[in-house]
Design a protein around this ligand. Sequence first.
Ligand code: HEM
Length: 391
Amino acid sequence: MTYIFHRHATSELPTVSSSLIENDVTAQSSLRYLPYDDAVETIPPDEDHTVEEIIASLARVSRTLAKRYEHAVRPSHGKSHGLLKGTLTVLPDLPGPFAQGLFAAPRTYSLVARLSTEPGELLADTIHTPRGISLKVIGATGPMISGHEGEITQDLLLSSGRRFAVADLKGFLRVQRFLEGISGLPEGVKQAGTALGFAANKALHLVGSDNVLLDFFGHPHTHPLGESYFSQAPLRYGRYVAKLGLFPVSEELQKFVGTTLDPSSGTSVLKDAVVAHFAERGARYELRVQLRTSAETMPIEDASVEWPEDESPFVPVAEVAFPPQDAYSRARQVFADDRLSFTPAHSLAAHRPLGSLMRGRLKAYGAIAALRTELNATRRVEPRSLDEIPD
Ligand code: HEM
């Protein structure tokens, strides 16, 4: 598809106008990208209370796990499968609506990425669970969101699946309470639970490829390097609003797409697969942006709704590349688990996270990462250069 757009490249924050609607023309259709507006969110009156309850529950789970492992771990996406050093290169000649914020001009940034799986516990890889990748782009310039002035990192936290399992913070609190309730159960019971859920839903034909139920009840044992990853929730994209996706494009990654790993073949199958790959080869992904074109079909407050790609496709804006490297040296593992934290709050104002779940995340990640480092008597590091990441 060829794109012809108006050019509104900006690295500065634009003037916000609620009446502005851009008319942008593609070769095949006329897309109208809805402009960002400070009033694009709808905040329920009791939201602060919901966020406090979520953080309190996450903190209790963190303390329970810290006792079990004699070491504090993330209460979500606790298990690392690799820490990668790489680059993010903004593509040249981006059409105006896509040349915004971090992507306003062609440039190569340093980047560090952590691969993970969803549970807070360090469960065996036989568990059926979504995969995650967190990107930390180093060297971002421009105003950051409030409370993060002076920082230079843009974090992008992405998970497998195009939408989140629940709509908003109220839904998240319900799931979190359930997870807290089972956090004391033995590992074997949880393994059996996810396997059962997966099998039952497969039998009922509820689980199709890229179906959100598949992630909720049990993700198949996919190769983490063959997955596509999504922001699931929206963020500001300069003058517009977007969701993001990271897609494997290089030949060496393509061969993993749609493949699964045998989780019973070892205790750390996912990490071993990642390490084996990067010992010999590199990887290239495309970061793609889906701009919001409809208030009806592309809600801000409900992250469980997939924005239809036939209304607005994902368009490539940057290449993310990783050279061959030791993806999980002991030094990197310690650094990823104990020193680094990724959060949607490490963000340019031009990419302000949006919607119910995002607002909760802005408060939760910092509070929980602070607790984690306090329990481990260590100090968080926000890298200003890749030299700070151990080999
Ligand atoms: C769009 C929905 C979401 C996605 C895609 C997502 C993804 C992720 C990812 C990839 C990580 C790993 C971060 C790392 O590598 O350090 C993570 C961790 C975490 N998530 Fe989420 N998440 C979502 C929603 C939420 C919500 C709604 C909350 C709570 C309000 C939450 C709380 C946490 C916490 C507390 C951590 C651990 C932070 C730390 O200890 O450093 N997440 N999430």
